[in-house]
Write a protein that binds this ligand. Sequence first.
Ligand code: DX5
Ligand code: ZN
Length: 225
Amino acid sequence: MSFDRSLKIAPSILSADFANFGAEIRAIEAQGADWVHVDVMDGHFVPNLTFGPPAVKAFRPHVKTVMDVHLMISPVDAYIDAYADAGADILTAHIEAGPHIHRTLQAIRAAGMKAGVALNPGTPAEAVADLLDMADLICVMTVNPGFGGQKFIDMTAKVAKLRAMIGDRAVHIEIDGGVDPVTAPLVRAAGADVLVAGSAVFKGGSVDKPEVYGANMQAIRAAAG
Ligand code: DX5
Ligand code: ZN
């Protein structure tokens, strides 16, 4: 994975047809997705449950771009090797998920993956000040995690602060939650480069109408500039 700050759209397969993940992943990539965002929820850290390492491993052969795995689980460390084995390119853990995020990021990198750290809306940018040399990605949540289709919470000031803190480091800023053609330009202008979008990408489309996915992504891209 090479690093750049160009705009990347990462559709969240949380909004895909759960009975048809392989075809859905192939469809969004054929329509121009830059990364594939995989939302792992444990029914404990967040009030919703999705899938675990065996499912993520099954997604892997379908993902030709970058498999971006967002863990909304607690604890994290016991599962890091399983997600490495499942083929995650980027593994993101929440700073709120445990007392030892520094150790978690070290372990993610030691397992051969890029390390991401996610911040809930209530967690300030300063919380990652001492982690910037250990992280490859900061995920700024613009909803409280757990569900797709929620209303965007404006975290533009936090994104701008993080962008300044990151400086020349090769660290992505990812936005997750409520991204659509209206909200994308706000966070892009503030310094984000990876935009996760679930509902705004999948709405109106299907594997039989994949061009809708393409048009939805294009609308976000065009708006973000
Ligand atoms: C929220 C997830 C997001 C979510 C995005 O807990 O981490 O990735 O699926 O979905 P939308 O774009 O619908 O807000
Ligand atoms: Zn996510």
